[in-house]
Write a protein that binds this ligand. Structure first.
Ligand code: ZN
Length: 148
């Protein structure tokens, strides 16, 4: 393993052990749940949308290290972004893990450390579940999301 891989691993481990923005919001405007039955990941996301901006969000639930660190990194990235920006980031993140093209990942900031997950196809859904749940919450989709 080279140094960069080790650095990436460390970020994922840190975020899965002490996730950021973990918990529930008292006065949420939007919420959604997501499940990945293949792995047993199950999370919910609460958010406050004000004037098309994601002013606050928190996630709760349980899952593997990839799922929890992805959710933690994602909440840091999208907080205080506009709904339109969040949709663009979702596309970028999803393409990073599902398409072969090499795109500019600068906008993804630290969430780009999850790129390595692409080498483990069974884990891709663990990494994308928080993002699908996020999009469901933004669209106020009251049905729960499943990767199956
Ligand atoms: Zn998982």
């Amino acid at each position: 393993m080279n140094e960069l891989d080790e650095l990436y691993q460390q970020i994922i481990i840190d975020h899965s052990r002490t996730p950021k923005n973990f918990g529930n919001l008292e006065s949420k405007t939007n919420t959604a749940c997501g499940n990945n039955p293949l792995c047993g990941d199950s999370i919910s996301i609460d958010m406050i949308i004000k004037q098309e901006n994601l002013s606050d969000l928190k996630f709760n639930g349980h899952g593997c290290a990839v799922c929890i660190s992805s959710a933690s990194l994602m909440t840091q990235l999208v907080k205080e972004k506009s709904c339109q920006e969040v949709k663009e980031l979702f596309e970028l993140f999803h393409n990073m893990l599902t398409k072969d093209e090499d795109s500019d990942l600068t906008k993804l900031q630290k969430t780009a450390v999850l790129k390595g997950v692409k080498e483990f196809p069974i884990r891709i859904k663990c990494a994308t579940l928080p993002w699908h749940t996020l999009m469901a919450a933004i669209n106020n989709n009251i049905e729960s999301v499943t990767t199956e």
